[in-house]
Design a protein around this ligand. Structure first.
Ligand code: SF4
Length: 483
């Protein structure tokens, strides 16, 4: 799948190097273990404490499937609803167009100080550098995102963007920003952050948010936060721009509670997130707060292309982060090793799809295919199936002559039981002398690549096929004796 956008916009990402670095970073390892362990346990508790959560997850999936099947219709309905409310809708085919639209609105409205609430879609389109280049000051107002902005980094988790930072590193970053020395006490740091961000809210003339959901029938934009910064971002400044991926639309308001119940439980085990903000158009006559102007930017950026592929299911994602917490790979390497804006199992699908499979050859393999992501996902997205699909795509394109020959030989052996038996015997004869305590720790030739990073089990002295006649006889003798 060729790249059609600047999703990645990065130098060639060294996945293997970044992974090795993450594995040696002891504070990161401790932080990842703590956060993902806590959130994973909360996810299980969240589902278990809610009778009918299985049926609700099935229903959520049905809603998403139905919406994606009629996406054009619901997006047009959303546009009409927002126009009715006095808002404006803009369609962005790719990241560049989305940036141009946002910068254009800001300039035409005379805005020069923006506050932002947490939004992966704005990360995806690399909005902040474009705003800054246009002379617009931009401040992230989710505390984790603010820390990331100070550090000049990308988020490393969908719901906990600064998971890789410690109290000490946050204190260093805030101290440097304020030009004063702050203690590494969590409460002091939080209060300092609050004070700093309040001042930004008061001065801001532009509020930028994403949208967790958008309701087609009412034109309502839904923001889910735990810090309340979404409300301040959308009510203090005089202009509000929301940027959403086109897959975030829901047909009816009655569908929203299904996702509100699932999103919080899946992400953090909460019954509900602390703030669920429903915004329906700009401020109306007689209302005390809200923006004078509201703009919704609907972003495609490769999504409509994905819609027509077997990877359509990835568009059902509600960005809860549960698959990251459940994944044994993410839990060890963290978000930055993945290289893209989205990390973890869903990132291993979205990054190759939004960017290109060729530019991200390692990501479809950054999974043990254990299925933990599927169990944790509130909309039961079959991530393992899609990872295998991406591997197939890679294989079709990339397999060299030797790999193709190896698979052909493997196929021919499997088609002939006598040859299969003979091959097993030969492998046993060759490999058993190299085994120590049941494991092969150093294979020669091409096998050395395998044993460089993991051990290989030594072949059993007798194969199951050899054992089977004896086991069958024993079973029959046992059942005759007990009859
Ligand atoms: S794939 Fe599922 S579990 Fe992962 S972030 Fe998306 S909705 Fe959450």
């Amino acid at each position: 799948m060729p790249s059609t956008n600047d999703y990645a916009r990065r130098e060639h990402h060294d996945f293997v190097g970044a992974t090795a670095q993450a594995l040696e970073d002891a504070p990161l390892q401790a932080a990842l273990l703590r956060l993902t362990g806590t959130l994973m346990a909360a996810n299980r508790r969240g589902y278990a404490s809610f009778p009918g959560s299985d049926q609700l997850r099935d229903y959520a999936k049905q809603i998403k499937e139905h919406t994606l099947a009629h996406l054009d219709q619901y997006l047009e309905e959303l546009e009409a609803s927002i126009h009715r409310l006095g808002g404006h809708v803009h369609w962005a085919a790719d990241a560049e167009e989305a940036r141009r639209i946002v910068v254009g609105i800001a300039q035409r409205s005379g805005c020069c100080r923006a506050v932002k609430s947490k939004s992966m879609t704005t990360e995806e389109i690399h909005l902040n550098p474009a705003l800054e280049k246009a002379g617009i000051e931009v401040t992230e107002t989710d505390f984790g995102e603010f820390v990331i902005q100070l550090a000049g980094e990308r988020p490393s988790h969908l719901v906990a963007p600064a998971v890789h930072h410690t109290r000490e590193s946050i204190s260093r970053l805030l101290s440097r920003h304020l030009g004063t020395s702050l203690p590494d006490d969590a409460r002091t740091l939080a209060m300092k952050g609050r004070e700093l961000l309040r001042a930004k809210f008061h001065r801001a003339d532009l509020g930028i948010t994403g949208a967790n959901f958008a309701i087609a029938e009412t034109g309502t934009i839904v923001l889910i936060t735990n810090e309340g910064n979404g409300r301040l971002t959308t009510t203090c400044p005089r202009v509000h721009i929301a940027i959403m991926g086109m897959e975030k639309v829901l047909p009816r308001l009655e569908h929203l509670p299904v996702f509100l119940k699932l999103l919080a439980r899946a992400a953090t085990g909460q019954t509900m997130s602390v703030y669920s903000t429903l915004l329906t158009g700009p401020r109306r006559q007689g209302e005390k707060d809200g923006p004078e102007a509201f703009h919704l930017v609907i972003l495609d950026n490769g999504r409509s292309r994905i819609l027509a592929t077997p990877f359509r299911e990835s568009l059902q994602c509600i960005r809860c982060g549960a698959c990251l917490n459940a994944c044994p790979v993410y839990r060890r390497i963290g978000g930055h090793a993945y290289g893209g804006v989205y990390s973890g199992p869903i990132g291993s699908i979205l990054t190759p799809l939004y960017d290109s499979v060729e530019a991200n050859p390692h990501l479809p393999h950054a999974s043990s295919l254990c299925g933990a992501c599927l169990s944790a996902c509130p909309v039961r997205i079959n991530i393992p199936r899609m990872l295998i699909g991406l591997r197939e795509l890679q294989h079709h394109r990339k397999a060299d002559r030797w790999e193709r020959l190896a698979y052909w030989l493997w196929k021919e052996v499997l088609r002939r039981p006598w040859l299969y038996r003979l091959s097993l015997r030969a492998a046993r004869l060759l490999l058993r002398p190299l085994a120590r305590n049941g494991w092969l720790r150093e294979l020669p030739g091409a096998g050395a690549n395998w044993t460089a990073v993991r051990d290989f089990p030594a072949p059993a002295p007798r194969s199951f096929r050899d054992l089977w006649p004896r086991l069958l006889n024993e079973g029959e003798r046992h059942s005759t004796a007990t009859r």
